[in-house]
Design a protein around this ligand. Structure first.
Ligand SMILES: Cc1cc2nc3c(=O)[nH]c(=O)nc-3n(C[C@H](O)[C@H](O)[C@H](O)COP(=O)(O)OP(=O)(O)OC[C@H]3O[C@@H](n4cnc5c(N)ncnc54)[C@H](O)[C@@H]3O)c2cc1C
Length: 445
């Protein structure tokens, strides 16, 4: 499809998923000159909004849930179908079906349906009042309202980024909070226990009761159906009148069932150009994917399939997919992306670049864990693969390029306050202990 609308082309481009990737993809299409029909379909009733503030400023009461809208960077001239889930895709007829039975034709389709919070595994426990997950604006509004009512004992199940950020907000509100996780430290799966130990210290200082090595098995409610306690594997219980289930995310791919695409709860598989693969592994000419829902062979990782649940990837991949959607088959550019994320919790700004997966060593190259301000680099087989900073982001960009280039580990010697290179085992938990951890590649949801 050329950038200008083809005469008589009524179908145009349809984007399913009206959030960050959907919006930025739509803007990129217009910016690149696409003038044809453009439809955004979203199952939420809201225009695109930003999720990172939900587990930070919104829970803390610093920002209203409805003040999180993403700005439109240029006029979209789009048709919005909000509050309508796409429930099916007919690739041959090039139509998507909506929950109300309507069908929308497309010439090109961008799948940007992201992910949803992994629910509590038992439906009865998950349905108790006082049990929350956090993914969308409405979740954040409901959870914030419950926090304002002043629960006596909060339990957060899962110490990934969202669990930790929520715990930080609870303490800012003066609420008693316990965080339970099967691993020895928070963020153990994403950063390893060596660096996760720094978050244990932050939690202790903030007054969070962190319970490592804990597997919550069931949630029990009272006669009115309100949560009262969590029962633990191996015996014991934690009393709680508010529970936040922070078990990671599941990609929103159910609506693609039966469409003959390579899609499952782990994501939609694409080729290097963000074109979705059919079940036989052939890239579609007209269906692309971007954002949390997509996994693709990332050239920076030797073509390994990677999926990234971070803000920056949703923006960049959507813009890249938009570029390819407007290009011919001979001009499909591969998408290379160095994953990066940030988090703020307990007054500390955490930033990371690269993928820590498979790291065999980590070393502090600036600052110290004892001071709570440091920059750590992860290595695998002598190459630098990732870096994380705690209140020390100034130098992170210097490491990003080297990590992308697979530089030696550690990549920069003689940094000004380098304490001496001591490689530590990163301390990633064994797979057995990761039942409650986020889906592969995912950190946030
Ligand atoms: C609470 C929270 C805090 C976060 N904090 C950070 C952070 O600090 N730093 C960072 O880098 N990243 C953070 N993230 C991650 C970041 O927000 C995501 O990577 C980003 O939102 C992904 O955008 P997306 O458009 O791909 O998917 P999503 O934002 O998940 O959007 C997908 C949209 O598609 C809709 N949808 C799903 N199925 C259908 C269907 N069948 N039909 C129609 N619509 C559908 C969904 O309802 C949703 O609106 C956070 C995420 C959350 C939830």
């Amino acid at each position: 499809m050329s950038a200008s609308a083809e005469p008589g082309d009524e179908a145009g481009i349809v984007i399913v998923g009206a959030s960050l990737a959907g919006l930025r993809g739509a803007e990129a299409l217009r910016r690149r000159g696409y003038a044809g029909p453009l439809t955004l379909v979203g199952d939420e009733p809201h225009r695109p909004y930003d999720r990172p503030p939900l587990s930070k400023h919104v829970l803390a009461g610093e920002l209203r849930p409805d003040a999180t809208g993403l700005p439109n960077l240029l006029p979209l001239r789009a048709r919005w179908r909000l509050g309508q889930a796409a429930v099916g895709l007919d690739r041959k007829a090039r139509r998507i079906r909506l929950a109300d039975g309507a069908e929308i034709p497309f010439a090109r389709l961008l799948v940007a349906t992201g992910a949803r919070a992994r629910p509590w595994p038992q439906a009865d426990g998950g349905a108790l009042s006082g049990v929350f997950t956090l993914r969308g604006r409405d979740d954040a509004a409901a959870l914030r309202a419950a926090l304002v009512r002043g629960p006596e004992r909060i339990l957060i199940i899962g110490a990934g980024l969202i669990g930790c950020e929520a715990a930080s907000c609870c303490r800012d509100l003066g609420l008693a909070v316990t965080v339970a996780d099967p691993n020895p430290t928070p963020l153990a799966r994403s950063l390893g226990a060596s660096i996760g130990g720094a978050v244990v210290a932050l939690m202790a200082r903030a007054g969070v009761a962190f319970r490592p090595g804990i597997q919550v098995e069931t949630l029990e409610g009272d006669a009115s159906g309100h949560v009262r306690r969590a029962h633990l594997a191996g015996g014991g219980a934690i009393e709680a009148d508010l529970v936040i289930v922070a078990l990671g995310a599941v990609r929103s791919t159910g609506w693609l069932a039966g469409a003959g695409l390579m899609a499952d709860p782990g994501g939609v598989t694409c080729d290097g150009a963000c074109r979705v693969l059919d079940a036989g592994g052939t890239p579609s000419e007209d269906i692309y994917a971007a954002g949390d829902v997509a996994r693709w062979p990332n050239p920076l990782y030797g073509g390994r399939l990677v999926s990234v649940e971070h803000w920056g990837n949703a923006v960049e991949q959507a813009e890249h997919a938009a570029r390819n959607m407007l290009s011919g088959p001979e001009d499909q550019a591969p998408y290379a992306h160095l994953p990066a994320f940030w988090s703020s919790q307990f007054g500390v700004n955490i930033k990371a670049v690269g993928l820590t997966e498979g790291a065999d060593a980590v070393t502090i190259v600036q600052g110290s864990r004892a001071s709570g301000r440091f920059l750590a680099v992860y290595g695998r087989a002598g190459h630098s693969i990732a870096a994380v900073s705690f209140d020390q982001a100034r130098w992170l960009p210097s490491y990003a390029g080297r990590i992308a280039a697979g530089a030696a580990f550690p990549p920069i010697l003689d940094a000004t306050d380098q304490p001496g290179i001591e490689a530590l085992p990163p301390g990633f938990p064994p797979p057995r202990a990761m039942r409650m951890a986020p889906a592969p590649g995912g950190l946030h949801a």
